[in-house]
Design a protein around this ligand. Structure first.
Ligand code: PHE
Length: 345
């Protein structure tokens, strides 16, 4: 093939592109010239027969043709519309594409529901950082310097003074140093302890702290009725609460709070280890020494122990989630296994 013949074919092909009336005709032109058995590939194959002296020039022309043709096709296609393969072969009997709707994580659900319940009692939601200092997490909470909970084997210390909070109770201190009474807050958040992970322990878990301090009398009976209300709202109208004497450095008197077992209704089952009750929270009346630490930090006597009354409580969020949703292993909450999570959707 000579150069002249080549250029004639190029002109011919561009003319056909210009003359094509619709997308289908255009596709025919494309296949005729550029398709696997089209003219251009055939010519390229024959290039070895072109005299060597002419070959570079010939190659340039072939290349220019291809570019011109592809350009013309692209331009024309955008005018007449491409052949829509999917449209012409759409099979409406195929099943639809499956997609998994997301679900709220049980821990988030418990936190949100708890916030909603306590907001009806006038509590607002407060927040504190995961990294705390020794004063807020221990000292101001009346924890003696030698207390075992401060050991490096229990607490993740970052520096001499900073640690990953072992409880949400330090937010009590933050709130009282910042605001004058009355304060009525709950504060959900992550807490950290050097626990070995098993079915009921995790080194990272969540608590919801509550604090109510007022200049009007607030009593242990108020604490009990508040938690009883919460239990019923959270677990159903048959839920009961019971207080057991306990000790926390920052409350006096201190109690541990049990909810009646929602699984067996209190008759005794595997979940409640046949006792009919499940331990849910620590609580108590704020210890006067905590007020004194707060006053010293504030530089005033806004929390004079003889003039204020208050209670505090702290729930384990995973605990509540496990009994509310019947989850036997705390690790399930963290493994992000969609087979588990999708059941909560
Ligand atoms: N912070 C305590 C704990 O982690 C719980 C608690 C909170 C107890 C508030 C009393 C008052 O176990």
């Amino acid at each position: 093939m000579t150069l002249a013949e080549l250029d004639a074919q190029q002109a011919q092909s561009l003319g056909e592109v210009a003359a094509a009336a619709d997308a289908a005709a255009l596709e025919q032109v494309r296949i005729r010239y550029l398709g696997r058995n089209g003219s251009l590939p055939a010519i390229i194959k024959q290039m070895k027969d072109v005299p060597q002296a002419e070959r570079p020039e010939f190659g340039k022309h072939v290349q220019a043709w291809r570019m011109a043709l592809e350009g013309a096709l692209a331009e024309k296609v955008s005018g007449v519309g491409a052949v829509k393969k999917e449209e012409s072969t759409f099979d409406c009997t195929l099943p639809g594409r499956w997609f998994a709707p997301g679900a709220k994580h049980p821990v988030s659900r418990v936190i949100e529901e708890t916030a909603a319940i306590f907001s009806r009692l006038g509590f607002t939601v407060a927040d504190g950082p995961d990294i705390e200092n020794r004063f807020n997490n221990f000292t101001a909470l009346n924890t003696p310097a030698h207390h075992p909970s401060m050991d490096a084997s229990d607490t993740f210390w970052l520096t001499d003074n900073l640690l990953l909070r072992t409880q949400t109770s330090p937010v009590q201190i933050r709130m009282m140093t910042q605001y004058t009474p009355p304060v009525r807050i709950i504060t959900p958040g992550r807490t950290y302890r050097r626990d070995t992970t098993d079915a009921t322990h995790s080194a990272n878990f969540h608590q919801i702290e509550g604090l109510y301090v007022d200049t009007k009398p607030v009593s242990l009976a108020d604490l009990k009725s508040t938690l009883a209300y919460y239990a019923k709202e959270m677990m159903g109208s048959k839920a009961g609460v019971r207080f057991r004497p306990h000790f926390f450095p920052f409350t006096e008197p201190s109690v541990e709070v049990d909810f009646s077992c929602h699984v067996c209704g209190g008759k005794g089952c595997r979940v409640c280890k046949m006792s009919g009750w499940i331990e849910i929270a620590g609580a108590g009346m704020v210890d006067p020494r905590v007020y004194e630490h707060v006053n010293r930090a504030r530089g005033d006597r806004a929390y004079a122990p003889e003039a204020v009354y208050g209670y505090a409580f702290g729930f384990g969020v995973e605990r509540i989630a496990m009994i509310k949703y019947g989850i036997p292993d705390i690790r399930w909450l963290y493994e992000n296994d969609t087979r588990f999570l999708s059941q909560l959707a």
